[in-house]
Write a protein that binds this ligand. Sequence first.
Ligand code: ATP
Length: 299
Amino acid sequence: MLKVKNVTKYYGDFKAVDNLSFSVGKGEIFGLLGVNGAGKTTTFRMIMNLISPTSGEITFNGKKIDYDITDKIGFLTEERSLLTKMTVKEQMLFYGALKSLDEKTILKRLDKLLEKFKISEYKDRKISTLSKGNQQKVQFISAIINEPKLLILDEPFSGLDPINVELFKNIILELKDKGTSIIFSSHRMDHVEFFCEKLVILVKGKCVLDGYLKDIKKNYKIKNIIIEGDVKISDLKMINGVINVVKTSDQYKVSIKNESYCKDVFEYLKTKSNITKFVLLEPSLEEIFLAKVGEVYGR
Ligand code: ATP
């Protein structure tokens, strides 16, 4: 298990991470979220032992992180960090050696992974000649060639088409099932909702919300009602407890202060004869994220 305990990081006198604590268990996918500059990369670098916390402690399975442990961590960085003049095979031999693997093991794993990612034919191609999506696959392979026990995925789907997003999703779930602890970071809240049971939201280096996603949603008072039918936005906005109404192509999303106001909306709809849908929904993670970040920035 990864434990980040009361970690603070200063760059000079600027506090980039402020007393952050979280843990990621075996086979768990944990979401580390935040706007640009919130302190995510700084946190990843501290976990990878590339920089040291100013205070606090990071341990993996009870031990402080050292080179032995970083050999067992995989890191898919947001920015591409491939040596593009090398071939795919040369790159993997290089990365694998950095993770203390011997050549035979690297080549055996590489063949399997290239097949899994459906790019076997590119093994001897220079990385610079590959498309953006295929370079992302090579980057992913280099993050897991050491069969990591802890895997950090920072925007893993960038540059991928929907078919390859699906492929990556399945591979990530397979790694989870095998017991890999995964930290997942993305600005795409739908992807975070898909994977993460537990998460933390950082704003200016500080945790503003953390816990299990289902509890976060349950405890968030604002709920949404989805309505299909012939209604008027201006009428909906007049109902007690309604805080916002948004119309999409054929639906209305009515946000209410809390669940108890559902009956007020229902009473209004009883006066209409052509309602085909009425569903009460939890808020999306995107709505919660925007509200939490907005509170700090006063939006
Ligand atoms: P993004 O989503 O844009 O990648 P992030 O959440 O990863 O952002 P960090 O890169 O961790 O954010 O940066 C956190 C803060 O620390 C930012 O204000 C950044 O400018 C600052 N920072 C990062 N690295 C350094 C450094 N080496 N020296 C000084 N300040 C830094």
